[in-house]
Write a protein that binds this ligand. Sequence first.
Ligand code: MN
Length: 203
Amino acid sequence: MAKHTLPELPYSYDALEPQIDAKTMELHHSKHHQGYVNGLNNAEAKLAEARESGDFGLVRHWERELAFNGAGHFNHVLFWENMCPAAQSGAPEGALLDQINADFGSVEKMKAQFGAASKKVEGSGWGMLVWDTIGHRLVTVAVENHQKNFPITAMPILVLDVWEHAYYLNYQNARGSYVDNFWNIVNWKNVASNLELAKKANR
Ligand code: MN
């Protein structure tokens, strides 16, 4: 089975300054994200060993490791792609704008709900805008760790890491400012293409 690998960022470590500083980006990508990739590979290897030996005594432990690290890897891939230098950010357009207006009333109301959910995550987690593949609507989610409280019907299209490692060097305890500044570096073209993809998973 092929190992998972850390993808290159689609921009340089300093490309998101001043919203996110280069040192935070470097540590976040090369150390934290790499750690989840390693953890995912390890969990898969341990489960393969269990299948080989027939000893599933630790299956619950490795399935948990798989869920945590697998979501950690996936969320970070999405997060890097969801951002871009402020000059290229733009605004929601077309089908994405229509969907946001239909489900939240306005872009500002969506941002207010997403921002509040992100700021209120207890401890480490993520704010997410997700497509509900069975209700056919956009909703926001406050995810704990990388995967808890995540609705099984959801396809994430915009995610914000609110673990302290994502902002503490520059923002210290001011998670709220970090969340507010995030809107300046959202890659709305990427979010629009994620929505298009997510709708293909409709039931
Ligand atoms: Mn992170």
